[in-house]
Design a protein around this ligand. Structure first.
Ligand code: CO
Length: 188
């Protein structure tokens, strides 16, 4: 089932998400729906708060980057209860976008490597390091669980220039090819 995606400005995108237990109701269906929603909207990652669940869960499929980044081959994973332990390496710029913030793409600086612990769908614990583009997607999705968005990281002057566009998104005054929940849409 394709789920509506919460748009910029919604308070639920600013909350800290909580860990879940293996008996979390409907977890497998939720993950399946998140994959379906992510592919339908042509994303490479989707976090639970974006579909209005304040839980620590995100999905990543990095394979669309295969051409420029061969290490993404077959990289498709759900991360349950992820916690970043450490980030290191030099900060580098990458042009990020977000399904909750359609039509805005900005260069964002983040450290090169990330150390993360998480559970898979069988609730087995993993303790892994990632770098490059895979780390980048993980860092972006992880931020959603902490109530952070990539536009928070752009230069304040640049963000001022985006203000109008961001408020249009919150009010639903944009063309978007997938279903969204707009926090400030006028009711008729
Ligand atoms: Co995002």
């Amino acid at each position: 089932m394709i789920l509506p995606i919460v748009a910029y400005g919604h308070p639920n995108l600013r909350k800290i998400s909580q860990d879940i237990t293996p008996d979390y109701d409907g977890l497998n269906d939720l993950i399946a729906n998140m994959w379906e929603t992510m592919y339908y909207s042509s994303g490479v990652g989707l976090a639970a708060p974006q579909v209005n669940r304040q839980i620590r869960l995100f999905v990543v499929d990095a394979t669309p980057y295969i051409k420029e980044h061969p290490e993404t081959e077959g990289f498709k994973k759900a991360f349950i209860n992820p916690h970043i332990v450490e980030e290191k390496g030099e900060e580098w710029a990458f042009n990020e976008g977000c399904l909750s913030i359609p039509d805005i793409h900005e260069d964002v600086m983040r450290p090169e490597q990330v150390h993360i612990v998480y559970r898979d769908e069988q609730f087995l614990e993993h303790d892994e390091w990632y770098d490059g583009i895979i780390a980048r997607i993980i860092q972006h999705e992880y931020d959603h669980l902490e109530g952070k968005l990539f536009v928070d990281k752009v230069h304040p002057l640049r963000k001022m220039m985006l203000k109008r566009k961001l408020s249009d998104i919150s009010r639903g005054e944009i063309e978007v090819a997938y279903k969204m929940i707009f926090p400030l849409r006028k009711k008729f």
